[in-house]
Design a binder for this molecule. Structure first.
Ligand SMILES: Nc1ncnc2c1ncn2[C@@H]1O[C@H](COP(=O)(O)OP(=O)(O)O)[C@@H](O)[C@H]1O
Ligand SMILES: [Mg+2]
Length: 559
């Protein structure tokens, strides 16, 4: 009989294979050791590395520690103190539970575990997963794990490592995520004796954010929270005036575990879509606390990804939380100032010219109110409205402001935008591609208020346009819409498509730089702008207004 070709693999080989999944690079070791220290209830964790972690990683904590019997067990495969049965697996409250990390790390390094529990200390040394020494040793309460010469016995792995700067960058990233996740723990990351990250452990999330991103960025964030059916979303998000070139500042923690889930990113970005310029991303440190039974954390070997039982519910919660928080500050900043200024009984005379120069009798007085938080003073270069609430000077970009107003109007009645007949219908000559796109979107264009009549094979008559006092010729607007529709193609989500078209119509209809405005028109613009949900930015995310405070003037005049 032929010898069986199928064999059970020896343990050391199994551990090396498992290490391939769990231990990709030095940063993965740091991650696993940190998670263990956090699970052990530590309040102080220090991480020291040299050779970007390839030579040495030392993680010390003041957590519960391990007994002399437990230390060798912890190095066994599938040994864990964190779960005992299947029910536990679906109700996980710790970061670890797979019992894979320590044996995997030990399999590909020289590891030393020094731990003290209940006053007795022990030390274990192992090389490539084989225990060399286990003896009693004096040490403070807690655990120190030293990992030396990572991948010393798997040279192929070693070759995959990037430059020390890149590897150290990964370590820095992972430590930073845990600083954010656990504001109650004092972390310290030291490389070649130099401190890289240090947090206070005060328990305040704002201090943890400062430790990672600095004071300047922290000051641009606002705090918010929202409860939803299965949990709570809370944390800090950026004001619309702050954005970044990439998504790496979008942090999500689910039950205090750092996770990556592009649907969460999408939900967050959704809420900022018309507030920050395209291609830029918000900053967020968001926590989602949810019943552990409603998530599955066992879908990825490094537990970086998780599954929600109801992803849409969580996405909705994130989006609503952000929208609500942003609308609160935008209102708070703008409305409050208006109301406050109004209550000081600040008055300004006005007529259809510069109010400042009009001191004749009988001119109606205008007062700052919550409905009209600023009074226009002067239209500068027929482009900007210089206005004031009696306290600050506010410069308004008339085009951006009007765009915001029209965009909101279009968004509110997306289904039924009124139509306005043209006095003289305009002729529209189209190429074959444009004709095809127009035909595909005839119903949609109708819902926007366009009335089109076929006039030969590639000609149309535009009889009516959206009732928004469109500034540019109707055929130009329609051509731009067709171009946009063709650009977006069939793949774009309907909602994004409609949003872009609304932006386009708003842009074509808004008053332009160079349009002269009367005082009454400026007043109406300000009132309408403040009736929108996001008066501070135009639909493309650019600011509609700039506020200059008295403090700034004082500073610049050296008062
Ligand atoms: N820093 C530590 N302090 C206390 N116990 C620890 C520490 N690190 C590891 N352990 C113990 O070792 C066990 C195995 O660790 P690990 O292989 O990471 O598996 P897991 O974290 O999935 O349980 C843990 O369940 C825990 O009991
Ligand atoms: Mg672990």
């Amino acid at each position: 009989m032929a010898e069986s070709r199928i064999k059970i693999l020896p343990d050391d080989l199994i551990n090396k294979i498992a290490a391939g999944e769990v231990v990709e690079r030095p940063a993965s070791v740091v991650k696993e050791l940190l998670e263990n220290s956090i699970d052990a209830g530590a309040t102080r964790i220090s991480i020291e590395v040299s050779g970007a972690g390839g030579k040495l990683i030392r993680v010390s904590d003041n957590g519960s520690g391990l007994t002399g019997e437990e230390i060798p067990l912890a190095l066994e495969r599938h040994s864990t103190s964190k779960i005992g049965n299947l029910d536990d697996l679906f109700n996980i409250k710790t970061l670890g539970f797979r019992g894979e990390a320590l044996p995997s790390i030990a399999g590909v390094s020289k590891i030393e575990i020094l731990s003290c529990r209940e006053g007795r200390g022990n030390q274990l040394q192992s090389e490539g997963g084989k225990t060399i020494k286990l003896e009693t040793a004096g040490c403070p309460v807690g655990t120190t794990i030293i990992v030396k010469d990572l991948f010393f016995n798997t040279p192929a792995r070693r070759k995959f490592l990037k430059s020390p700067a890149v590897e150290l960058g990964h370590i820095n990233d992972i430590v930073s995520k845990y600083v954010l996740a656990c504001p109650g723990i004092a972390f310290e990351l030291i490389s070649e004796g130099k401190p890289l990250v240090k947090s206070t452990g005060s328990g305040k999330l704002s201090e943890a954010i400062m430790a990672v991103y600095g004071l300047g960025l922290m000051q641009e964030l606002i705090e918010g929270q929202l409860e939803f059916k299965s949990g709570k979303v809370y944390g800090f998000i950026s004001r619309p005036t702050l954005s970044r070139m990439d998504k790496s500042y979008e942090n999500f923690f689910v039950n205090r575990r750092y996770v990556r889930n592009f649907l969460l990113n999408r939900a967050l970005e959704e809420a900022y879509r018309t507030l920050i310029p395209g291609g830029r991303y918000p900053v967020a440190v968001l926590f989602i606390d949810i019943d552990p039974k409603l998530i599955d954390v066992n879908v990825h070997p490094t537990k970086r990804e998780i599954k929600f039982q109801s992803t849409s519910e969580v996405m909705q919660a994130v989006s609503s939380m952000v929208t609500k928080t942003l609308s609160e500050i935008i209102e708070a900043v703008s409305w409050d100032k208006g109301v406050e200024a109004g209550s000081r009984d600040w008055k300004l005379d006005s007529k259809d010219q510069l109010p400042i120069s009009s001191f004749e009798a009988g001119i109606p007085e205008i007062q700052v109110t919550s409905i009209q938080p600023f009074i226009p003073i002067y239209q500068y270069k027929q482009t900007y409205i210089i206005s004031t609430d009696g306290k600050d000077l506010v410069l308004i970009d008339q085009h951006a402001a009007h765009e915001r107003i029209l965009y909101d109007k279009l968004s509110q009645k997306a289904e039924a935008i009124h139509s306005q007949p043209l006095l003289t219908p305009e002729n529209l000559e189209l190429g074959p591609q444009e004709t095809a796109i127009l035909q595909e979107n005839v119903e949609y264009l109708k819902s926007l208020g366009f009335e089109l009549e076929e006039f030969g094979s590639s000609s149309y008559l535009i009889r009516a346009v959206p009732a928004l006092s469109i500034k540019s010729p109707a055929q130009q607007l329609l051509r731009d819409i067709l171009a946009e529709l063709s650009e977006l193609g069939k793949t774009a989500q309907l909602e994004i498509k409609q949003e872009n078209i609304r932006k386009l119509i708003a842009c074509h209809s808004a008053i332009k730089a160079g349009d002269k405005l009367s005082i009454e028109e400026m007043n109406r613009l300000i009132r309408d702008l403040y009736a929108t949900e996001n008066p501070a930015t135009c639909p493309h995310g650019r600011p509609t207004l700039i506020r200059l405070t008295e403090e700034e003037f004082k500073k610049r005049f050296g008062r």
